[in-house]
Design a protein around this ligand. Sequence first.
Ligand SMILES: Cc1cc2nc3c(=O)[nH]c(=O)nc-3n(C[C@H](O)[C@H](O)[C@H](O)COP(=O)(O)O)c2cc1C
Length: 398
Amino acid sequence: MPDRHASRFRRCEILVLEPREEPAFDLASLLGGGAGISRRLRWLALAPHLGTEVEVDERQREFLGSTSATHWQALPAGGDQAEVCQSLLQAGLLVSEHPADPAQQRHHDADQRQRTAHWHPLAAVLHAFTRWQGVDAVSNTRESATDTAVSMRAVLGAPPAPTRVQACGTGLSLPLPEDTAFDDLLARRATCRNFDETRPLPLQLFSRMLARTFGARGSVQVGDDLRFHKKGSPSGGGLHPTEAYLIVQNVEGIEAGLYYYRPEGHHLLRLPDPAAGLRAFAMEALGQQDWFANAHCVVTLVPRFDRTFWKYRRHAKGYRVVALEAGHLSQTLYLSATDLGLGAFITGAINERLLEEVFGLDAVCQGALAMCGFGWRAHTMETAELDPAGRVWERTGA
Ligand SMILES: Cc1cc2nc3c(=O)[nH]c(=O)nc-3n(C[C@H](O)[C@H](O)[C@H](O)COP(=O)(O)O)c2cc1C
């Protein structure tokens, strides 16, 4: 007797439908005296557990809109509805309770992980569909002529003023106390786009950088399986979901390669080398930004979203909290580097999908949010940095 549950299905947990208009070159329109552009309207299903857009037709949209994402229901017996249902099962927008083939099994498992990771639906869609693959950020800015401040101004027009101009209100001048060592540190912080490849980074400095930025300075254990680390940067809910995956390129005593940093015990785990080689991987991951790719150590900030969302379930602020935390870690890394006489950077122009693949990250639960790096500064500035007061470059003797 057939299992009556064998053919049940439901909709994937998170799904947003986007009506998208795309312009295309249209020769017929041009020859007919028109603008030479036609506009194509498509409906795209954005389901983060799939990570790729799926075009859907009217029948599929209707079917999705009338299918529960929580309750399993029996497959339509036959006819048009059965055909539409099968097409959506193949696409992974519907999932089968007992998948019939490996592809459906993968969709089922990914949807299951999506459910247990407790993403806010809109955050999940934003994150999944803003990840890059194979993007050359450098060529893109050159082609759009936005790669220098002068050309950017010419192309984009005038920007909003650097500070809001208040129409009314009484001015109040604030006192400025004497600078302390911390003010001096802040004055010397600048994004480094010029690393010195000829000078390896001593192990002690490398280790100090990791301990300060990512290390656990203590922990509090609650029961058997809930532990809070204490670190040098704040973290939403004290959960510290963001981990460091390293491309170590030029550090004394450490073989060049990929590593995972373990805050507990302050040690490194070696990961498999990327097939393309370290520098090519760094370049590709950094969107071809060669001024960052030769840093002595490049760090990918990888939050474990499921850890923060374990507490902030489907929470409207959950993703924002995790993203803000990456900024805190980056600033700690910058200040630590500045204090140690090193240069540091952060970039959001990264090819996340490659990083997920090479570091073996499950994209639903973990992801790359930004890449940072640090190392010795070069003696000459090949790529522009922002140092109007000459506080960085006066020191390196350039
Ligand atoms: C979130 C974030 C992303 C950034 N992305 C890039 C980037 O893709 N490429 C780059 O060269 N600099 C990047 N920067 C560095 C900024 O360009 C830099 O902070 C800015 O020009 C001010 O210079 P300063 O950091 O030396 O004060 C980024 C900075 C931040 C905070």
